[in-house]
Design a protein around this ligand. Structure first.
Ligand code: ARG
Length: 438
């Protein structure tokens, strides 16, 4: 029992950073109709309820393939496909309407559970479904008119945002309407990708048959960059499992503004929580930012560093450094490298007598800002300073005072600087001096 409690406390604490990070974030969770017809939605509803109560803004996208097929069979209607795409004629459309209705109602019912002694106790979820998706016909493919088979034309993101702001969960069906009132049958991937892009979702999660993306020998691949995922999806195009739909969709969503995509198992109860609240997850994570490393800079990095800091020097955020100076001082720099590209840098100038080090030239590529890379560089510089037995870090800044203050730096005066630095202090620049005991 004691062990259980220790584990529980440990686990809960380890989830805390994610709980904080996810509050107010937008996640799109997409799953096929099987999740409902095979009974997995009950467990999923518990996890959705939990995420929602932690302040995650949730958009659910459901599919209805098995339900549509069942309806068609009941009607004795025949299914026709062109290049793997269903032709939605009138009888098929009737089946789609019925199937989508059934799935939607079932999802709403399960999200309305509030039984005592279940994970849904005390939950009060409002589900908003509606005409959030405008669609257009795909048209003619290989000489066949696909009729009511359509694709997403527009997601009404502002309307969805309003619902999310009110604390509601938005449910999107694989169906869309045209401005002339026509109904179109869509794929859930199409809806999910467009919704994730239109909402700049922080995550797009697909629930699938396998545990995630598997590599050679069937081993799960835990993380992929968008570029890697793209390559893999081109290779796997011929395999006709759900990955053939979800992997390209995940790639597309990331390219269009979703921050991360996850592919996880629909069969594993709690996979969603395990993926989101542990560092290593249980499925495959696809990220636009490749997993980077921070290392000491060498002379070969001078070009990359210049390229990074020049725009900031031009706008006056950083003090100008000549190439010569940079070449001389490059061993003071740490760089954050990714895919051979310098995405960020920071320099550390120790003043051993005072046991203080100046941290300077902290910069991150503009397209990779707001992803915590600056924090990682700061951490690395701090660790290095400690290794060099420094007791204090200081920075001179004209623009980023708040950023440093939020990270434990406090303002001080130029007089507090190490003597050698004081001599160099440029009063005209009127930089703020901030310091932090480390
Ligand atoms: N929990 C973190 C997140 O939601 C990391 C997940 C890592 N997952 C993985 N398959 N490597 O972003």
């Amino acid at each position: 029992m004691q062990n259980n409690i220790t584990d529980f406390v440990h686990w809960f604490r380890s989830a805390a950073p994610y709980i904080n990070a996810f509050r107010g974030k937008t996640f799109v969770v997409a799953f096929g109709g099987e999740v409902v017809s095979e009974g997995q939605f009950v467990g999923l509803a518990h996890d959705i309820n939990l995420l929602s109560s932690l302040g995650v803004r949730l958009v659910l996208v459901h599919g209805a393939r098995p339900q549509v097929e069942a309806q068609m069979q009941e009607r004795g209607a025949e299914m026709r496909y062109v290049q793997g795409v269903r032709v939605t004629d009138e009888p098929a459309l009737a089946s789609v309407k019925e199937a989508v209705g059934i799935v939607r109602v079932e999802i709403e019912a399960l999200l309305s559970l509030g039984l005592a002694n279940t994970p849904m106790a005390g939950s009060d979820i409002r589900v908003a479904a509606g005409n959030f998706v405008t669609a257009k016909p795909i048209g003619v493919l290989d000489g066949v008119d696909l009729q009511h088979t359509g694709e997403v034309r527009r997601i009404h993101a502002e309307a969805i945002q309003k619902r999310l702001e009110d604390g509601e969960i938005v449910l999107l069906s694989p169906i869309g309407y045209s401005p002339t009132g026509e109904i179109f049958n869509l794929t859930l991937e199409d809806v999910a990708v467009h919704a994730a892009a239109a909402l700049s979702a922080d995550k797009l999660v697909f629930l699938m048959d396998a545990d995630g993306v598997t590599g050679a020998k069937g081993k799960l691949i835990s993380t992929l960059t968008v570029a890697e995922a793209q390559k893999l999806s081109d290779k796997k195009r011929k395999v006709r499992d759900d990955l053939a739909y979800y992997l390209p969709a995940a790639v597309q969503a990331c390219k269009q503004g979703a921050k991360r995509a996850h592919l996880i198992s629909r069969h594993r109860d709690g996979a969603l929580l395990a993926e989101l609240f542990t560092r290593d997850g249980v499925g495959t994570l696809i990220t636009p930012t490749p997993l980077e490393t921070i290392r000491g800079a060498t002379i070969d990095d001078v070009g990359g560093i210049l390229n990074l800091i020049e725009p900031l020097e031009r706008e006056g955020t950083l003090v100008r450094r000549s190439r010569e100076l940079l070449e001389m001082e490059v061993d003071r720099f740490l760089v954050l490298e990714s895919d051979g590209m310098i995405m960020g840098c920071v320099a550390l100038y120790p003043f051993p007598e005072e046991k203080a080090a100046e941290m300077a030239c902290l910069a991150v590529q503009p397209e990779f800002r707001r992803r915590g890379l600056g924090d990682r560089l700061l951490d690395a510089a701090q660790t290095l300073a400690r290794k060099k037995r420094m007791k204090e870090l200081f920075v001179l800044t004209t623009r980023a005072e708040h950023w440093f203050e939020e990270r434990g730096f406090v303002e001080t005066t130029p007089e507090a600087l190490p003597r050698r630095k004081q001599v160099l202090y440029n009063f005209q620049r009127r930089s703020k001096v901030l310091r932090k005991i480390i």
